[in-house]
Write a protein that binds this ligand. Sequence first.
Ligand SMILES: Nc1ccn([C@@H]2O[C@H](COP(=O)(O)OP(=O)(O)OP(=O)(O)O)[C@@H](O)[C@H]2O)c(=O)n1
Ligand SMILES: C[C@](O)(CO)[C@H](O)COP(=O)(O)O
Length: 317
Amino acid sequence: MHSERTDEKTPQTVPSQREQKPNQTCRPSNVPVVAVVLAAGFGTRFDPNNPKQLVSVGGKPIVCWSIEAFESNPRITDIIVVVNPTVRATVEQLIDEAGYPKVRMIINGGRERVDSTEAALGALAEAGIPGDAKVLIHDAVRPFVEQRSIDGCIDALDELDAATVAFASTDTVLLTEFRDGRKVVRQVPDRPHTFRAQTPQAFRFDTIQRAYELASADPGFHPTDDTRVVVDYLPDAAVAVVEGSESNLKITTLADIPTAERIADERLGRGAGVPADHPMPAVTPGGGPSAHSAMTREEAKARMHAVFAEAARSMHR
Ligand SMILES: Nc1ccn([C@@H]2O[C@H](COP(=O)(O)OP(=O)(O)OP(=O)(O)O)[C@@H](O)[C@H]2O)c(=O)n1
Ligand SMILES: C[C@](O)(CO)[C@H](O)COP(=O)(O)O
């Protein structure tokens, strides 16, 4: 039940390179597929007094949209939600009331995004997750991630040990630097090679854990995403690019809310837009099944430990 379903796969969104690479070891695909939903940010560019992950769009809190994207994907086996003290009580309440059955843990994040990812990796290690597990790390504030991007990440990890959802840049991107006290253009990459990083970003657990171990020895390192940790510290690990979408926007400032409301309306069938590719009935706080709310955090942690232990045992059979 808690290992990846291999039936009914949607087509890959990465260019297909199914053939085995010469130096690539074959990994079983029957492994836990864990989504980490990062909701521990402080929203300084949005409104620090109104945590953006709790703001409702289309009548549903942003963090719930993100959790539901993974709840509704049958290949995701487990979800961890990372919070900060400001939002913890509300997120716990939302999760308990909605009864999201795949949410196993709600843990505290850290000061920066990278610290929150590190906290999640630590919790997964403590829970006994196998090194082969697929881990998809997602910004809670990207509520409209497409199912085909989630599926694309899961598929890509059968070929490479890392993958990121990204959206081709329609603008030419300028790389800049400071020279003589002013910002100047250092390089102009060819536009077809430039993409905007989105999430989820997905990794075999042992790959992302190793990259973070190496990065932790470098106190001056403040990456804004997890792909960079792998690119900088494990340069031999190729990161697959999985097709993202314009609607997978990151809610960063208040100005993003009208766009988010428009996309939410489309997803809820209230607008003229394209519907979600795997629509799921909205799980409203107070309205959902409550299997999870009966479980204490310790029970949930023990259950997750058992799930990972069973996955590890079945891989060694
Ligand atoms: N210490 C942090 C910082 C960020 N995030 C999460 O990382 C995602 C992307 O971060 P961003 O949009 O930068 O959110 P904030 O850090 O909240 O915003 P800001 O940078 O404006 O403070 C968000 O889902 C956010 O909750 C996190 O879990 N822990
Ligand atoms: C991970 C990310 O969403 C990729 O676009 C992004 O880098 C995180 O947020 P930030 O706004 O760049 O801090």
